[in-house]
Design a protein around this ligand. Structure first.
Ligand code: NDP
Ligand code: X2W
Length: 342
C-alpha cells in the first residue's frame, strides 16, 4: 500500500515533526508541501534537519495544491481548516492538527475561540474510551491539543474507575515549541531563558474546555478542572502533574492497578515501574506518554504525573497514529517508542 500524503503548514513546528515521522513511515509517499508567507521557499530553509526533503519547494496553501492525495495533514493556525477541508472531498482523509474541530459544544467553541463553530470531528486520542472505534475508517480527524493529550490520559482512568472526585487540578510545565514558530510576546528569548513562568492562569487557557470535555465523558458526570500552564526554558516536552481528591479508601497499589488495567495493552501509553517518575527527556521524539501514579494519604489526593513530547504524541505522532487507524494500517506503523534522552 502506498499512501500519498500532503502537509499544509510544512514550514511550521508541527509540519516539520509530521515530515520527520512520515519520512520513516513505510507506507507513505510525501506529496505536496505548503505554507503561508513562506510559499515559494525551500523546505531546507525552515527545517535543515529534514535533509531528504531539503530541496522541496513549498506551495501556496490552496485546495488545488492539496488535492490528489489520499491524506492531507493540516498544520495551520486555528481557523483555516474547515474551508480547506470542505474543498477536498469526502474520500480524502483530512487530519487537522489545529483546534477547529475538537470541541463538541458550539457555545464552548464560541466562548473560547470566537466566531461560529466549524463542526466536530472524531477526536484524535485513540487511547481514550471509545475513541479508537470512532477513528477507524474516519475521513476527518481532530488531533488533540498537546496539554489535553497528556492530561486526559493521566486522569481518565481514575475518573472512569470512580476512585477520585470530579475536581481535578493540573499544573503542566511546557517547552516553548508548543507556541509555534510565530513570534509571541511571552516567548522573547530574554524572557524565557533561565526562568519559569505561568500564563493562562485562573482557568483562562483555551485547553481547559477540551480537558473538561474528555474528563467529563470518562467520568459520566461534569468534572471541574483547574489548569495552570508553566513555560520552561526547553524546546520540547510537557510534564503534567495532576491531582484529585480520593473517593473512598484507595492506596497507591490499588491506584497503580487501575492504571495498569487501563493501559497494559496500549503500545504508546506506558505506566512506569514503581518508583520511576516521568521526565520529558525520556519521551522526546517518541510517540509516547509516560505515567506514574501514587496517593498522598495526608492530603487524601491521587497524584498522577504524565510526560510527553508536545510535538510528537502531543501533535504529529498522534496525528500519524490516527492516520494509521483511519487507513486500516496497524496503528503503530512508522511510530517510534524510543525517546532521545538524555
Ligand atoms: N506546536 C505544538 O506543540 C502544537 C501545535 N498544534 C497545532 O498545530 C497547528 C500548527 O502549529 P505550529 O506548527 O506550532 O505553528 P507554526 O507557527 O510553527 O506553523 C504554522 C504553519 O502554518 C503556516 N501558515 C500560517 N499562516 C498561514 C496562512 N494564513 N495560510 C496558510 N498557511 C499559513 C505557516 O507558514 P509560513 O511559514 O509561511 O508562515 C506554517 O507553516 C496549530 O493549529 C497549532 O495549534 C497542536 C498541538 C501542539
Ligand atoms: C508554550 C505554548 O504557548 N503552548 C501552546 C500550546 C498550543 C497547543 O498545543 O495546541 P493548539 O494551539 O493546537 O491547541 C499554548 O499554551 O497555547
Amino acid at each position: 500500500m502506498t499512501v500519498r500524503v500532503a502537509v499544509a503548514g510544512a514550514s511550521g513546528y508541527a509540519g516539520g515533526e509530521l515530515l520527520r515521522l512520515l519520512l520513516a513511515h513505510p507506507e507513505v509517499e510525501i506529496g505536496a508541501l505548503t505554507a503561508g508567507g513562506n510559499a515559494g521557499s525551500r523546505l531546507g530553509q525552515h527545517h535543515p534537519q529534514l535533509l531528504p526533503l531539503a530541496d522541496r519547494e513549498l506551495g501556496e496553501t490552496t485546495a488545488e495544491q492539496l488535492r490528489g492525495h489520499d491524506v492531507v495533514f493540516l498544520a495551520l493556525p486555528h481557523g483555516h481548516s474547515a474551508a480547506i477541508a470542505a474543498e477536498l472531498g469526502d474520500d480524502v482523509v483530512v487530519v487537522d492538527c489545529g483546534a477547529d474541530h475538537r470541541l463538541n459544544d458550539p457555545e464552548a467553541w464560541t466562548r473560547w475561540y470566537g466566531g461560529d463553530h466549524p463542526g466536530t470531528w472524531p477526536y484524535g486520542v485513540p487511547e481514550l474510551p471509545g475513541a479508537r472505534e470512532r477513528l477507524r475508517s474516519s475521513k476527518r480527524i481532530a488531533v488533540a491539543g498537546c496539554f489535553p493529550t497528556v492530561s486526559s490520559l493521566a486522569v481518565v482512568p481514575a475518573l472512569a474507575a470512580g476512585i477520585v472526585e470530579p475536581e481535578v487540578v493540573i499544573t503542566a510545565v511546557t517547552g516553548t515549541s508548543g507556541a509555534g514558530r510565530a513570534l509571541k510576546p511571552h516567548l522573547l528569548s530574554a524572557e524565557v531563558m533561565g526562568s519559569a513562568s505561568v500564563y493562562g492562569v485562573g482557568g483562562a487557557h483555551r485547553h481547559t474546555p477540551e480537558m473538561i470535555q474528555n474528563l467529563s465523558a470518562a467520568a459520566g458526570e461534569q468534572v471541574a478542572v483547574s489548569f495552570t500552564p508553566v513555560l520552561a526554558p526547553m524546546a520540547r516536552g510537557i510534564l503534567a502533574t495532576c491531582s484529585a481528591p480520593l473517593r473512598g479508601d484507595v492506596d497507591a497499589s490499588a491506584a497503580g492497578e487501575v492504571y495498569l488495567d487501563a493501559y497494559g495493552d496500549e503500545p504508546f501509553v506506558h505506566v512506569l515501574p514503581e518508583g520511576v517518575w516521568p521526565q520529558t527527556s525520556a519521551t522526546l521524539g517518541a510517540n509516547t506518554v509516560h505515567l506514574q501514579v501514587t496517593v498522598d494519604p495526608d492530603a487524601g489526593r491521587l497524584v498522577v504525573v504524565g510526560a510527553e513530547d508536545n510535538l510528537t504524541k502531543g501533535t504529529a505522532g498522534g496525528a500519524v497514529q490516527c492516520m494509521n487507524l483511519a487507513l486500516g494500517l496497524p496503528e503503530t506503523t512508522g511510530l517510534p517508542t524510543a525517546g532521545i534522552a538524555p
